[in-house]
Design a protein. Structure first.
Length: 692
């Protein structure tokens, strides 16, 4: 007799601001259907195209279900199955030997393959801290924007998503929410039906831009200049809230002097747009009381990304838009949730903490780091890498160097994974990890203000184990005695938040488990009366903390490294800027191996403007080579004015081995870092294009 159908609650674990609540239908121990939870206010019953196929991913025929040991050459992807005992013994033996000599020769590599607090970096971080291993600077996605918010607002904070529905003007800046922020787009559409004006600011006419009233197609990396140009108009035409500026901001006179150097004429030249467009935008913004800005992370993936976010974040404090709950700006809401980071990650386990800090490796420079021979300045040569929640061979910049680093025969690599990704092909030891439906986890969001609990809906598939259990197993085999390494997932989750914080009024771990989610107790208009989390308690147009670190205390425009302004000689050789935003059916490199989604996406392609195509004798549908000094990739050309002149757009990120030429967009991206936060500069990239 068949077992009865069961229903379970879960949370989408992926790197997306929506953090959706899910309902899982389970029959005979198998997840057969995943839908959005209609009772969860942010989700409202809807999931994106990708996550609605989550059951297909969990029970994928190529899912890793047993530990594997490499038997072929690195990168070849040939393995043999082994048992967990043998796998843990092998891992512990190699890591123990390295840790005894040079613990910093061991490096973790992880990011947001799961956004969960438990399976992300709890037991794993404790493990690396206890060893004294090198630390990873996890900056690949959002660190420049986070730094921009930190030095302006004090943390990653912003307006509440639900109130965008009441806005009268919404600037969708560097974002394509139809593909990457579905539930914000629902609120924006509601506002549009009520009469709001929607303006997309984006070099590319995305699906979202096509549905807005206006699209401003500026040059990549010039967003900071546009914001300063808007400030210029707001100041010169006195479209300011002087009382809000006086009461709740710091450094207006200095910012005013800076903004007055960015005339609309100068900014039009920098951004490649019409001067009147800047003036009209500023007047509309300054004259609309309920004006909201939804930034996203695309705009900060350039040299001046941190400064660009700072400049845009200043705008609502100039006009007093924060007085309205439907006014202000949002890049990330992650700072509202009071995570107990110390309790989760236990940095005090590091030998010599806090006076001694371990070496830090920036994850964007992993290619150079793996190929570094080691010296007094760098520290010991990297001998072991443990990869979890990431796929660096596909997603890290300057991919040829990343692959060369992982191909080192003397590098011991452990990969925790669901599938045999590009990175997994280079593993010495490949360990099967559970998916979200098979383990416990706890989530905050960077796109709404709910915290959520994920309870396992099914038993682990095959011999898969949670990340936490895998790290506990290695620690046990290494004879590490620290009790914190063996704390249960339940106990880790119960201590992951500072439950005594007023935002958790009436909520604790037990009640959260019963209800599935809880909305943080926040005011509707969080900065109506100031209350920023900066040292001054004000929106800091001028940051003393930045000045003390040797940075410009004011936001400014920094031209992209790779541009006619930043490097004229390079721009003469490689005259096309390239950006690689997410494809609608992929999420970073996740879901690329789900056949139904990959077939919908088709094949790698780039969008190129007709005038740029004509100069290169490229026709629609031609196979083209995109290249620079770092490498090249092939893609199918789509000749379209969706890409502004001088720009090519390659929707990403493909697994390299599933692309026809074994390459993806990161063959041409750079390891250079942003102005603030040490983040990646994926969209600061010059290339040339030719027919194959």
């Amino acid at each position: 007799m068949n077992a009865p159908t069961e229903f379970a609650r879960a949370v989408c674990p992926h790197d997306c601001p929506d953090t959706c609540a899910m309902r899982v239908t389970v029959e005979n121990g198998r997840a057969i259907k995943v839908i959005g939870d209609p009772d969860h206010p942010p989700t409202q019953g809807a999931l994106c195209t990708k996550v609605s196929r989550y059951a297909e991913r969990v029970h994928h025929p190529r899912r890793l279900t047993t530990p594997l040991r490499r038997v072929g050459a690195k990168g070849e992807g040939r393995f043999e199955p082994i048992g967990w005992d043998e796998a843990l013994k092998l891992a512990a033996g190699r890591l123990s030997e390295i840790a005894a000599r040079a613990p910093e020769a061991i490096v973790p590599y992880s990011y947001a393959g799961t956004m969960g607090l438990v399976q992300g970096d709890s037991i794993a971080q404790r493990f690396f801290h206890k060893l004294g291993a090198s630390q990873l600077d996890r900056t690949i996605c959002a660190a420049a924007g986070a730094a921009g918010l930190k030095y302006t607002y004090g943390a990653s904070l912003g307006m509440l998503t639900e109130f965008f529905a009441e806005s009268e003007l919404i600037l969708i800046w560097g974002s394509n929410p139809i593909a990457s922020n579905l539930h914000f787009w629902t609120r924006a559409q509601e506002a549009k039906r009520r009469g709001a004006r929607l303006i997309a600011i984006d070099p590319y006419r995305s699906l979202t831009a096509e549905k807005c009233h206006q699209h401003i197609a500026l040059k990549p990396g010039t967003d900071g200049a546009l914001a300063l140009g808007m400030m210029n108009v707001l100041i010169t035409e006195d479209l300011l809230d002087h009382a809000y500026i006086a009461d709740h901001t710091l450094g207006f006179e200095q910012l005013k002097a800076r903004a007055l150097t960015y005339s609309p004429g100068r900014v039009a030249q920098i951004c490649g747009i019409d001067e009147q467009t800047i003036v009209d935008l500023a007047r509309l913004y300054g004259g609309t009381r309920k004006a909201a800005i939804r930034m996203n992370y695309g705009l900060q993936r350039v040299r001046g990304g941190g400064n660009a976010v700072r400049a845009i974040a200043c705008l609502p404090s100039l006009t007093g838009a924060w007085r309205e709950r439907s006014g202000g700006t949002l890049l990330s809401s992650s700072g509202w949730a009071p995570v107990n980071t110390h309790a989760l990650q236990r940095p005090d386990l590091m030998p010599g903490w806090p006076s001694r800090q371990a070496r830090v490796i920036n994850m964007n420079a992993i290619g150079d780091a793996l190929l570094h021979p080691g010296d007094a300045g760098f520290g010991p040569k990297i001998e072991a890498v443990i990869v979890y929640n990431s796929n660096p061979v596909a997603v890290a910049p300057d991919s040829a160097r990343v692959a060369a680093g992982f191909a080192r025969e003397d590098l011991f690599t452990i990969v925790l994974e669901h599938f045999q990704t590009d990175t997994a092909d280079y593993a010495d030891l490949l360990l099967p990890a559970t998916t979200q439906l098979e383990h416990l986890d706890l989530h905050k969001s960077y796109g709404h203000t709910h915290v959520m609990v994920n309870l396992p809906a099914i038993q682990p598939v095959g011999e898969a184990r949670p990340n936490t259990e895998i790290f506990r197993g290695i620690a046990r085999r290494m004879n590490l005695q620290e009790p914190a390494l063996f704390e249960s997932d339940e106990s880790v989750a119960a201590n992951a938040f500072r439950w005594e914080d007023p935002v958790f009024e009436g909520v604790d771990w037990e009640s959260l488990k019963r209800t599935g989610w809880a909305k943080l107790n926040l005011p509707d208009a969080p900065f109506a009366d100031g209350g920023f989390r900066t040292p001054s308690g004000k929106c800091e147009f001028s940051s003393e903390r930045l000045a003390q670190q040797g940075f410009d205390p004011l936001p400014d425009y920094l031209p992209p490294y790779e541009s006619a302004d930043g490097d004229p000689e390079l721009a003469a050789r490689y005259p096309l800027a390239m950006i690689s935003p997410p494809a609608r059916n992929f999420l970073n490199s996740t879901f690329v191996n789900v056949e139904s989604l990959r077939s919908t996406e088709g094949e790698p392609h780039i969008d190129i403007h007709p005038s740029d195509a004509s100069r290169r004798q490229v026709l629609d549908g031609d196979l083209v080579r995109i290249f620079n000094d770092r490498g090249s990739m092939q893609a199918r050309a789509r000749v379209t004015d969706k890409a502004r002149e001088g720009l090519v757009v390659g929707l990403s990120i493909w697994w390299k081995k599933l692309a026809p030429d074994g390459c993806n967009a990161n063959q041409v991206t750079s390891q250079a870092l942003t102005d603030l936060g040490g983040s990646a500069t994926f969209y600061d990239c010059l290339v040339e294009v030719e027919r194959v």
